[in-house]
Design a protein around this ligand. Sequence first.
Ligand code: PMP
Length: 360
Amino acid sequence: MSSSFYSPVLAQLVPYLPGEQPKIERLVKLNTNENPYPPSPRVVAAITQAAQQGLQLYPDPESSALRQAIATQLGLAEQHVFVGNGSDEVLAHAFFAFFQQSHPLLMPDISYSFYQVYCRLYGISAQTVPLREGLRLAVADYGLAPGQSVAGVVVANPNAPTGIGLPLADIEQLLQLHPTSVVLVDEAYVDFGGQSAVPLIARYPNLLVVHTLSKSRSLAGLRIGYACGQTHLIEALTRVKNSFNSYPLDRLAIAGGVAALDDTAYFERTRQQVMSSREGLVLALEDLGFEVLPSQANFVFARHPLFDAATLAAGLRSHGVLVRHFKQPRIEQYLRISVGTPQQCDALLQALAQLLMPGG
Ligand code: PMP
């Protein structure tokens, strides 16, 4: 893409995922880490009710009901919560608000690809820190040399696409290494066994934690994400939001999000189910000869010592099973596989068993 009408920045931006969201159904879709279970039935009831009342009117620009529901759940106050149209939008606003500085932003070399996209979009220079052996993050690698300054730090915990989680003590160490810049912890997958940094918010004015309702609340289709932190950070995000779109969340999303957060029993049941399917999936993949990284997320990251990952991903696609393969150096021999229902996991394993057979 190039045109004299575009900003040169646009030429470097690669559209995300269009090929990963095929229009054909009937596929076993384990490529974008959605929850395999539908949202709580209360969500549909709440959306239906909201649709019957007042769609001709703008939604609450503050999304107060939803922010209050999130805050209550986390033991925070509404003014500690910022909501957006998916956590992607929340991340974009956070990058805009906090990281556009003359110094670089620190992040792992292997992490959520959108961090680099936002850096390019906003002219932020990214300084990547290589993950260590086993694709593990070592907080000690995030220290500053004398005289060095950074715009901030962003990490996903658990990391994506590895699924490896960091203990809270490591996050605390990161916060202490960078007391004067924002440390953004993206906890998109934390409900599947990770440790949340939310309890640290009261003590660390530089901590911003980002969550989504797309994964553990099964609401990827409704687009709800949020950030929590001390009020000065939330106020900064609100300024950015108001300059882009005063009403990022519509009435249906607000109503559906509140209902999803309300149904704690459903949330517990589905997340336990996903975690237990993950344990079964890991064992079955290991039986097939895969090496699987320890996952605290709703996906696993696995490689086979004898089979090429791109070939396996293509083979799975021809069996109607979608998984994610990254062409990025260091991880090109891995497959990222979302944890599906037991039936979806069986379909994946059967297809893999065939592909791994001699002549398969
Ligand atoms: N952060 C991470 C680490 C992710 O993997 C994703 C999902 N692709 C997101 C944020 C964005 O999720 P959403 O916009 O659906 O909230």
